[in-house]
Design a protein around this ligand. Structure first.
Ligand code: SF4
Length: 183
């Protein structure tokens, strides 16, 4: 029988010696956070259907530790906005974002969430980053499930490299202040 080596996740940078491995606390926290992102699917239209496919067996977002959907903002840390967001809906999206506990991240899925898409009209928000900060933009109308997974993987890279105390920094305060959001 052939011997197989399984590599579940890449270890963070560190020092390896006989019987020990040492790394930074930030790296360990980032690794744990990145591989257990709990999504809150904020789906308003067609891109939401692609997300359903992303959750289903063929694409299986559970492979990346994100199978636990949350429809409660308190128990989610990855807000995925999928679909056209009307200006009337914008305050609700913002309220959902504000109700999420720190640390939290946002993926704009599809052209509508990124920029309003084809709906350059008086009633449609021209991108969710007009009301909340966005970490990853996934283009496409609609994006395929592979693209949505790519967005999740890119967010994982951001989360892995984020300083454990970023949420307490002046820079983060300033970012929220620029959106008139209180911590
Ligand atoms: S980006 Fe295209 S597919 Fe997605 S919600 Fe907008 S119109 Fe629908």
């Amino acid at each position: 029988m052939s011997e197989k080596n399984y590599n579940m996740v890449d270890a963070p940078e560190g020092y390896v010696g006989e019987g020990f491995f040492a790394t930074k606390l930030s790296s360990v926290v980032g690794l744990a956070r990145a591989n257990s992102m709990w999504p809150l699917p904020f789906a308003t239209s067609c891109c939401g259907i692609e997300f359903m496919a992303t959750m289903a067996a063929t694409y299986d977002v559970a492979r990346f530790g994100s199978e636990r959907m949350s429809f409660s903002p308190r128990q989610a840390d990855m807000l995925m906005v999928m679909g056209t967001i009307s200006k009337k809906m914008a305050p609700i999206l913002r309220q959902v974002y504000e109700q999420m506990a720190e640390p939290k991240w946002v993926i704009a899925v599809g052209a509508c969430a990124c920029s309003g898409g084809i709906f350059d009209t008086y009633s449609v928000l021209q991108g969710i980053d007009k009301v909340i900060p966005v970490d990853v933009y996934v283009p496409g109308c609609p994006p395929r499930p592979e693209q949505i997974l790519d967005g999740v993987l890119r967010l994982q890279e951001i989360v892995k490299s984020e300083a454990a105390n970023r949420r307490g920094t002046q820079e983060y305060d300033d970012l929220l202040k620029s959106y008139n959001i209180n911590k």
